[in-house]
Design a protein around this ligand. Structure first.
Ligand code: F0G
Length: 354
């Protein structure tokens, strides 16, 4: 049967009815890839699985939430949606609004969103409002303006977003045949870790599994309110997707951490970029910097024994590497060889670099 997206696939567990017009781009059903080389490299007997959410239609996990949020906005008669975004939410909002035939307004922090995400919002025809401020300013403005203009908010404060995103946990359980011991995610606005916890507990209550994973959230060191224990006013990190100091799902995420007996920790920008390279070079998997935070943290906690040998670990790779070509290229530009168009020079380039 042709796969037609998360709402069709999980309609028994989502707030839709038979008459709901589903706005979908075939999101979800992403691969769960077992890492071969990294566990060997770090000499630890752990099973690490990557939930490759960068393979969703717009290249990030946001599509799971956006199909629900836009479907419900359209169902309620809304003609326009709005969000603040570090990039991926705006890309997803723009695409699903185009599919639905409604308008998308996106507020983005000027100069702080990756090129691929900006291209997506532009080409899908969203109205792009750049603000001289960060994501948290954008979020505040979106909440204020929604009281004064006919727009539906599609940030993760919209409960339908988390409903859609919880399906990633359902898929993981179905793909593994059990729930993992640990689930590691990058944390920014904190919606996704909360949605996953919702999905895992729902499947346990439903009797599909009898355990739930410990939820582990990793933040960028310069944008780490969960590690500080309070909001951060001037967040900064190369991982622009998670450059957030005032997470909206603060209480939900703390609840996920406490109920699951998990933890929060932070990774430096250097650790994040190192993990991004490790994945690309050792496993052939390309994710954006924010996504690599889950690998950076998980590998560190596996090495130091906090995640013990014998564990089954899932790391979510939230967004595709092509979202942020600038950061990728700037990490690797010295690796390029420039030659004249002569066979001997190509041959030498090969021989010298075997
Ligand atoms: N990874 C990526 C690639 C993201 O785009 C985001 C959030 C996160 C992780 C963090 O997820 O917010 O649920 O904790 N991006 C939002 C956006 C904020 O606007 O695209 P979270």
């Amino acid at each position: 049967m042709r796969y037609t997206g998360i709402i069709e696939n999980y309609k028994d567990r989502l707030p839709v009815s038979e008459s709901t017009r589903i706005i979908s781009l075939g999101e979800g059903n992403t691969p769960l890839i077992r890492l071969d080389n990294i566990p060997r490299e770090i000499e630890k007997a752990v099973d690490i699985y990557i939930k490759y959410e960068g393979l969703n239609p717009t290249g990030s996990f946001k599509d799971r939430g956006m199909t629900m949020a836009v479907t419900k906005a359209v169902e309620s008669g809304s003609k326009a949606i709005i969000c603040a975004s570090t990039g991926n939410t705006s890309a997803a909002a723009a695409a699903y609004a185009a599919r639905a035939g409604i308008k998308a307004f996106v507020l983005i922090p000027e100069g702080k969103i990756a090129l691929g995400k900006l291209a997506q919002a532009m080409i899908h025809g969203a109205v792009i409002i750049q603000i001289k401020g960060n994501f948290d300013d954008g979020m505040r403005l979106v909440k204020e303006v929604a009281e004064h203009a006919p727009v539906s908010i599609v940030n993760s404060i919209n409960p339908y977003r988390l409903q859609g995103q919880k399906t990633a946990a359902f898929e993981i359980i179905e793909q593994l045949g059990f729930a993992p011991d640990y689930h590691c995610l990058p944390v920014g606005n904190a919606g996704n870790i909360s949605a996953h916890w919702m999905g895992y507990t729902e499947y346990k209550d439903y009797g599909k599994v009898n355990n739930t994973p410990r939820m582990v959230g990793y933040q960028a060191a310069g944008a780490a309110p969960f590690i500080k224990g309070s909001m951060v006013d001037k967040p900064d990190t190369i991982a622009t997707a998670i450059r957030i100091g005032h997470p909206q799902s603060w209480d939900l995420a703390w609840n996920a951490q406490k109920e699951s007996d998990g933890w929060f920790d932070s990774c430096t920008d250097d650790e994040i970029l190192e993990a991004q390279k490790l994945l690309t070079e050792k496993e052939g998997i390309f994710c954006e910097p924010a996504s690599a935070t889950s690998i950076a943290g998980a590998v560190r906690d596996i090495k130091n024994g906090k995640i013990p040998e014998g564990s089954k670990v899932v790391c979510t790779l939230t967004g595709h590497g092509l979202k942020d070509p600038d950061t990728a290229i700037s990490q690797c530009s010295s690796d390029m060889i420039n030659i004249n168009p002569i066979m001997e020079e190509v041959r030498d380039a090969i021989i010298n670099n075997m």
